[in-house]
Write a new protein. Structure first.
Length: 405
């Protein structure tokens, strides 16, 4: 511990307030409620989707945010996401509150603790994995152990040094945020340019091309089992739509079924190398090609398309993933809840392609050449994003160990 610093438990320097419930006893008033979805990386609060709900006036009085309050995510989070994200509320009090999946933390004595120093300290706990170690998901929802959280020690330097650290981190993080935004924009541009290029091959067919419905150029268009299988630790590979959402088959995060289920499912459809698998439930309109010789089975969320002779499977795949196909898929989506493509609608989608297989091979080669370049660019940009996050963590580590000079 650096000279002049001391360690104090969080509950010794801050107060905690539970989130807001709608309530049933009037009188009521309108509150602008901050939820988990408004949290952005590294303490940034988004006001793009603030919910306005009717709440009891007495509840809002107890849970109305003040400038400098910190809102923490105490419940929720995805299966791989720790709770504990924090954001600072830096607006004048105007009827803002926070949901029951969050809590508010308020500095007891601003003359002893700067709220943004506390914000960075709590964010450091999150990004360094401290909060991940004091959470549970016994009910399927991740919950922060608030008792353990309140007892965590805050390194507390003198107020002037806190302000110096806050100024340094705020300036550094603003620069890193700009770098991240630019990198993410470049990543989006690379993907968009590739999508435009791929789509251009299918949007301007020549007179030597043929145009047919998919049902006419595929010898098989079907889907997987409609029964939810029983899963095992090992056995036969079983794929669903979540295994193709990247445009390639994810063979790592698969489920397994036993022999009896496998035999029964193979009677319906037996996928093979060169078949195109299309996600038709949830994340729809994304295809991937079977790129290995393996006996496996598929769920109803996947459609299988097997091209007839005269149409290269690789060209069918690139068409499936093109804007020309997606436009047709989107116009055929069924259901008011989870998006769903029916086999009938998939069969009616039309594809234009060269009759000459050599021309087909040329198109595939040109698309895949650009795809390889895009993949390399994505990898480089993703590496840059990871380096930005690593630098953030390094700065926080140095700040709260007294190493910033």
């Amino acid at each position: 511990m650096k000279a002049g610093w001391r360690l104090v438990p969080l509950e010794g320097v801050a107060s905690f307030f539970n989130g807001l419930w709608t309530g049933k006893k009037g009188p009521f008033t309108t509150a602008k409620v901050i939820r988990n979805t408004n949290f952005r990386p590294h303490g940034v609060l988004s006001f793009d989707d603030i919910a306005e709900i009717e709440v009891e006036e007495r509840q809002l009085e107890k849970r109305q945010l003040q400038f400098g309050d910190i809102v923490i995510e105490k419940s929720g989070g995805g299966p791989k996401q720790a709770v504990g994200r924090v954001v600072a509320f830096e607006l004048a009090d105007d009827g803002y509150s926070f949901s029951n999946f969050t809590s508010a933390i308020r500095v007891n004595d601003p003359s002893q603790l700067h709220y943004r120093f506390l914000l960075h300290a709590l964010n450091w706990w999150y990004v360094s994995g401290v909060t991940e170690k004091i959470q549970s998901n016994s009910t399927g929802i991740r919950n922060l152990d608030f008792g353990a959280y309140k007892a965590l020690p805050i390194p507390l330097p003198p107020l002037d040094e806190q302000k110096r650290i806050v100024a340094f981190l705020d300036e550094a993080f603003e620069g890193l945020s700009r770098a991240r935004a630019n990198t993410e924009a470049n990543l989006a541009d690379a993907r968009e340019l590739f999508n435009q290029m791929r789509s251009s091959f299918f949007s301007q067919p020549s007179p030597t091309w043929a145009t047919h419905m998919l049902s006419e150029v595929c010898e098989k268009i079907t889907d997987g089992t409609h029964q939810t299988p029983k899963y095992f630790e090992s056995g036969h590979v079983f794929l669903s739509s979540r295994n193709v959402t990247s445009g390639r088959i994810d063979w790592e995060n698969v489920k397994f079924i036993d022999d009896s289920q496998h035999v029964e499912m193979q009677r319906r459809v037996s996928p093979r190398r060169g078949d195109v698998l299309l996600a038709k439930n949830g994340t729809t309109g994304v295809g991937a090609i079977v790129d290995r010789d393996i006996s496996f089975d598929i769920y109803v969320s996947l459609a299988l398309l097997r091209a007839k002779a005269g149409l290269l499977p690789e060209l069918l795949l690139h068409f499936i993933n093109s804007a020309a196909a997606k436009q047709q898929f989107n116009g055929r989506l069924k259901g008011s809840g989870v998006p769903n493509l029916h086999l009938k609608e998939i069969r009616e989608v039309t594809i234009s392609y060269p009759k000459d297989e050599n021309e087909q091979r040329d198109i595939v080669a040109r698309i895949e050449e650009v795809l390889e370049a895009k993949t390399e660019m994505e990898a480089a940009l993703q590496t840059k994003l990871r380096l930005i996050d690593t630098l953030r963590q390094s700065l926080l580590q140095k700040a709260f160990s007294g190493e910033l000079t």
